[in-house]
Design a protein around this ligand. Structure first.
Ligand code: GRF
Length: 209
């Protein structure tokens, strides 16, 4: 079985990073994390990586004159790490088109809604305001348009009448922690193919839940 090299990009708490670290600790998991990169020096996820013995790099975006220079530093670090797959896990910087294009179908993200619904920020507030009865999370390949790109995996959770953004976020986050490692596993096992900008898993399109 292949053992995919993964670089994880974070900006903060790193609970999805932790889920990936925990998954990779299983000897049967077909991927390992070679480096964690944060654009914020104080990100809690850096401690999680250090505790797991994973090398970390801080590339502080405030030290770069513009996005292109920041993206170039990020690219250089990813290349140096020989990461085959790059996972955005709460990485809060927009990435330029050149950066995204250079990692086509090697760059994935997790978003706390059922895309294409509720792209962008403040997702749980908007989900509750909209009055929808279910939400969830999505793992997708990254494209230049924010929160767009071929969907690899989704997981649905109910929205309860009494939910606040915090209670809903906690329920979705639990689903994220299962969904992200599951998507990385599918990719590492070579079961994911991007066909005409949609994903086939084991040769079949994703089923609507
Ligand atoms: C998650 O909700 C993820 O979907 C979104 O940012 C949050 C990151 O949380 N992109 P964490 O840093 O992984 O705990």
């Amino acid at each position: 079985m292949s053992d995919l090299s993964v670089v994880v990009l974070i900006s903060g708490r790193g609970s999805n990073l932790q889920a990936l670290i925990d998954a990779c600790a299983d000897p049967g998991f077909p991927a390992h994390i070679v480096r964690v990169i944060s654009n914020r020096p104080g990100a809690k996820g850096l401690e999680r990586a250090a505790q797991a013995g994973i090398p970390t790099t801080v590339i502080d975006h405030t030290e770069f004159p513009d996005r292109a220079a920041f993206d170039a530093a990020l690219s250089a670090e990813i290349n140096k790490s020989q990461g085959e797959l790059v996972c955005l896990a709460g990485f809060m910087r927009l990435l330029g088109d050149d950066f995204v294009g250079s990692l086509e179908n090697r760059l994935i993200n997790i978003h706390p809604s059922l895309l294409p619904d509720f792209k962008g920020l403040h997702v749980h507030e908007r989900v509750i305001e909209a009055g929808v009865k279910s939400s969830g999370c999505t793992v997708h390949f990254v494209r230049p348009e924010t929160d767009a790109g071929p969907i690899i995996a989704q997981s649905t959770v109910p929205v309860h009448d009494h939910d606040t953004p915090d209670t809903l976020a906690a329920r979705v986050l639990e689903a994220e922690h299962v969904c992200y490692p599951a998507a990385v596993r599918l990719i590492a096992e070579g079961r994911v193919v991007v066909d005409d900008d949609s994903v086939l898993v084991d040769g079949r399109p994703l089923l609507a839940e």
